[in-house]
Write a protein that binds this ligand. Structure first.
Ligand SMILES: [Zn+2]
Length: 275
C-alpha cells in the first residue's frame, strides 16, 4: 500500500486538487489513445476493491471451473463516457498522465485509464485476477472470499444465521415448524451450486421441503428479492445512490491508509535519526 504515499506527494505539489478533479471529470478521452475501464470502490464490508471491464483468459481452477481468471479489456472510450456520465450519472475520470492516476487513486470511482499509463502505474489493476461470478453481486474477487463459501453445505453456525435472518420461516409460504409439525426447513442455494453458486449468505434462503422440492426451474432469481432487504444486495434500479456512498467510503479508507503510512514513515525517520 506504499503506493498511496507516492501518489499523495504527487498531489501535494499541485495548485488545486479540486480543480484538477473537476478537470478530469469533464475531460473528453483522446480518441487516438486506447483505454481500460477501471473502478476503485469499496465492498459491502468497507474494504477497498478494484473492478474493471474484463475478458476471460482461463480458469483459476481448471478441474472445477468455478473461478475465472479475467484480465482488463481495452474498451471503446466513447461508449463508457456515455454510460457513466450520461446514463448512470456516476461520472468518470479520463486518466492520461501519472498525475491523473494520483487523483483517481485518491478519489476513487470510475475512470478510463490510458493503456501505457495503466500498464506502468497500476499494473496490478489490469493483470488477470481470479474472480467468481455471482448472480447477486456480479464478479467478486476470489481472494476476498473466505474458504467456507466453497463448501457446498453451510456450517452449522451459518445455517443458524440464515434461519435466524429468515425468522425460522419458509421465505415462500411463511410457515414455521413451531406452528406446523410437518414443516421441515431447508437451506437453498438461490444460484445453484452446480451453476457456480457459492455458500454465502447473499445466496442462501430458507425454504420448506415442499417449496424446495417444488422449485421449477430450480434456479429462480426472484428469490433474491425475498432476502434483499436483509442482505446487502445491490439494488440495480438505484445504482447511483449506492455508488456515491461507496465512493465516500473509499475516500475515508484511503485517508486512513495514508495517515497510517505517514505514521510508519515518521517513526522510521525518528528511528534513523536516533542512530
Ligand atoms: Zn414453504
Amino acid at each position: 500500500m506504499r503506493v498511496y504515499i507516492k501518489y499523495k506527494n504527487c498531489i501535494d505539489s499541485m495548485e488545486s486538487f479540486e480543480a484538477k478533479i473537476l478537470d478530469l471529470a469533464c475531460k473528453e478521452p483522446n480518441y487516438n489513445n486506447q483505454y481500460y475501464a477501471i473502478t476503485f470502490t469499496t465492498d459491502p464490508n468497507g474494504e477497498v476493491i478494484r473492478s474493471c471491464y474484463s475478458h476471460f483468459v482461463g480458469w483459476h481452477d481448471p478441474d472445477e471451473k468455478k473461478v475465472e481468471l479475467r484480465a482488463a479489456s481495452l474498451v471503446r472510450a466513447d461508449r463508457f463516457v456515455e454510460i457513466w456520465r450520461d446514463i448512470s450519472g456516476e461520472g468518470c475520470f479520463i486518466v492520461d498522465t501519472v498525475q491523473d492516476v494520483a487523483i483517481f487513486l485518491l478519489f476513487g470511482g470510475h475512470a478510463l485509464v490510458e493503456k501505457t499509463v495503466a500498464e506502468i502505474e497500476i499494473p496490478e489493476a489490469i493483470e488477470p485476477h481470479p474472480v467468481i461470478w455471482t448472480e447477486f453481486g456480479g464478479f467478486i474477487d476470489y481472494l476476498s472470499l473466505p474458504e467456507e463459501v466453497f463448501n457446498r453445505a453451510p456450517s452449522r453456525k451459518q445455517r443458524m444465521k440464515i434461519f435466524e435472518r429468515d425468522d425460522f420461516r419458509c421465505r415462500i409460504c411463511g410457515r414455521r415448524p413451531s406452528d406446523y409439525t410437518d414443516i421441515e426447513l431447508h437451506i437453498h442455494h438461490i444460484q445453484p451450486w452446480a451453476k457456480g453458486g457459492i455458500t454465502k449468505n447473499e445466496n442462501l434462503i430458507t425454504l420448506c421441503q415442499t417449496y424446495h422440492k417444488g422449485l421449477d426451474p430450480h434456479y429462480n432469481p426472484k428469490l433474491f428479492d425475498l432476502i434483499a432487504s436483509s442482505e446487502n444486495i445491490t439494488n440495480l434500479q438505484q445504482p447511483s445512490k449506492d455508488y456515491w456512498s461507496r465512493i465516500q467510503q473509499y475516500r475515508n479508507k484511503i485517508t486512513e491508509i495514508i495517515s497510517n503510512e505517514e505514521d510508519v514513515t515518521t517513526k522510521k525517520k525518528q528511528r534513523n535519526r536516533k542512530k
